[in-house]
Design a protein around this ligand. Structure first.
Ligand code: ADP
Ligand code: MG
Length: 258
């Protein structure tokens, strides 16, 4: 599914959040949005999901104005919203049952998708009995099981430690290769954007403007991002982060670290 923002503006009362944003996202493309906290990244996802309406301009999905939420456009948050009183399999199956899939068939498919995200054997655990990373794997299975055409991911791994995050990024990439959705990924992790994205959009602080776009070659990417060191430096510098070669550490402005 093609996703198209045409001169989109979004204001909340007097607060101008998005200013004249235009972009076309091709079917199957993964576009990462990075920018300072509060610049309107989540707002762009909400517009694409149909949870918010633009103050001016248009958001189109396959040429049709996005007017309301639809199961073909799936939003997933950082804090997975698994139901604590349902098992992992029931949480995943729920997505299908909402679409009127019979219960037993939904269960069978849920078990298969949990296997894909390496949760075989944990089907009947409750969310509090597994780790944060496992909960987010389950949330991925639930997001993918209905095979949405558009996935809107809002810092999906932001709450996880760095190592767990990388394994989740691998899982996400495997699922994406299998189902080829169009993906908008909001992340504050530049390395995550470099690893997963076909294209990275860097935004300024509010009212946010698109500062630059980076196209990434589709060649095999690994977590060793040394090929992208130059691009990484440029993106960090656009975000106001100094990459001092003399020191190992990066200094993050406070609002980005939040
Ligand atoms: P980001 O995801 O880039 O951190 P958001 O899109 O969440 O930023 O928010 C951008 C700005 O819009 C913030 O200042 C936020 O307070 C404001 N905002 C977001 N949603 C609403 C809303 N529904 N009503 C009023 N203000 C909002
Ligand atoms: Mg946000």
């Amino acid at each position: 599914m093609n996703l198209s923002f045409k001169q989109v503006e979004k204001r909340f009362g007097a607060l101008q959040v998005v200013d004249q944003f235009s972009s076309d996202i091709a079917p199957g493309e993964l576009v990462a949005l990075v920018g300072p906290s509060g610049c309107g990244k989540s707002t762009l996802l909400h517009l694409a999901a149909g949870l918010e309406k633009p103050s001016a301009g248009q958001v189109l999905a396959d040429g049709q104005a996005v007017a309301r939420p639809d199961p073909s456009r799936m939003l997933m948050f950082q804090e997975n919203a698994l139901y604590p009183w349902l098992t992992l399999a029931q949480n995943v199956a729920m997505a299908l049952e909402l679409q009127k899939t019979p219960r037993r068939q939904a269960r069978r498919q849920a078990v298969a998708w949990l296997d894909k995200v390496r949760l075989k054997g944990f089907e009947d655990y409750f969310p509090h009995q597994v780790s944060g990373g496992m909960r987010q794997r389950c949330a991925l299975a639930r997001a993918f099981i209905t095979q949405p055409e558009v996935l809107l991911l809002d810092e999906p791994f932001g709450a996880l430690d760095a190592l767990t995050r990388m394994t989740l990024q691998d899982a996400l990439r495997t699922l994406i290769r299998e189902t080829r959705p169009t993906v908008l990924l909001v992340t504050h992790d530049v390395d995550e954007a470099l690893f997963l994205a076909d294209r990275i959009l860097v935004f300024s602080a509010r009212p946010s403007r698109l500062l630059r776009e980076f196209h990434l070659s589709a060649s095999e990417k690994t977590h060793d991002l040394s090929n992208f060191a130059g691009m990484r430096r440029e993106i960090l510098s656009l975000l106001g982060i100094t990459t001092d070669t003399a020191s190992e550490s990066l200094s993050y402005p406070e609002e980005l670290a939040a």
